[in-house]
Design a binder for this molecule. Structure first.
Ligand code: APR
Length: 233
């Protein structure tokens, strides 16, 4: 069993994807049982779909919210959160929109693809909204449709968030990627940046991915199995 002494590193970045939440019961996007094998993203996860039929898109996201609320963070989420409390610098950069890292107690979390728990009014900005059903589909001030604060297909990534993530990747000396297929930008480029700037790069994924060749160590195990035993002083 591979172990890491966290005291040997100054700055640790965890980079997580849908596989991180899989053992909590949140479906991944690709592969068997994945969200995109059941739904077409063209109809529920892009701006064009929202412009065409906002109600349908909001209802799809309510189903996602329901699925996530039925799940809980697992031992791997808690292992990351605990390390964050003991170690001077632990940053979580996540592609997940489910808020599981925060529920487990992680504080320094960058959400690259937004959050299921926020909506956006084009005029009045961000609205926090936690619960299965959205409190309202429309802004209480101006009546505009509220759009999930999520980076959908064909959307640009939030530039500020992306820059913050890249700064973290350049500064870190340990980069641990967990449960991402590495096919969606920017995931594909992240291990490359971390490696170029000198970080040790570890991948936790039960399956080989297109980016596996970039890593110094690949742990072929699940997040919930690997993470609780990874850090040993
Ligand atoms: N532990 C670790 N990894 C796992 C586990 C597990 N228990 N279960 C599955 N995996 C791995 C799979 O082998 C796969 O490589 O997680 C990966 C999940 O890949 P995707 O479903 O493609 O998820 P992700 O990489 O997060 O997708 C990126 O694509 O659809 C968009 O915006 C969406 O954020 C998402 C982005």
């Amino acid at each position: 069993m591979q172990t890491i002494n966290p005291d040997e590193y100054q700055y640790i970045v965890f980079f997580t994807g849908a596989g991180m939440s899989a053992e909590s019961g949140v479906p991944t996007y690709r592969g068997r049982g994945g969200v995109w094998s059941e739904y077409r993203w063209e109809e529920c996860a892009c701006q064009e779909a929202f412009d065409r039929d906002p109600q349908k898109v909001l209802e799809f996201h309510e189903l996602r919210r329901k699925a996530v609320l039925e799940c809980r963070p697992h031992a791997g989420h808690f292992a990351i959160a605990e390390l964050g409390k003991m170690h001077p610098k632990v940053v979580v950069v996540t592609q997940n929109i489910d808020g599981m890292h925060q529920r487990a107690g992680s504080e320094d979390v960058m959400e690259l693809h937004g959050s299921l728990w926020r909506l956006r009014c084009p005029t009045h900005g961000i609205i926090e909204d936690v619960g299965e059903k959205y409190k309202s589909y429309r802004c209480e001030h101006c009546g505009s449709w509220l759009r999930p604060d999520i980076t959908w297909f064909r959307d640009m990534l939030d530039e500020y968030n992306m820059n913050q993530a890249i700064i973290a990747l350049r500064k870190c000396d340990l980069f641990i990627s967990i449960g991402t297929s590495g096919v969606v930008y920017p995931a594909a480029g992240f291990p490359k940046i971390a490696k170029e700037y000198g970080a040790k790069c570890i991948e936790i994924n039960p399956e080989r991915t297109e980016m596996s060749f970039m890593y110094d160590i690949s742990i072929r195990s699940t997040a919930g199995e690997a993470l609780p035993h990874l850090f040993q002083k």
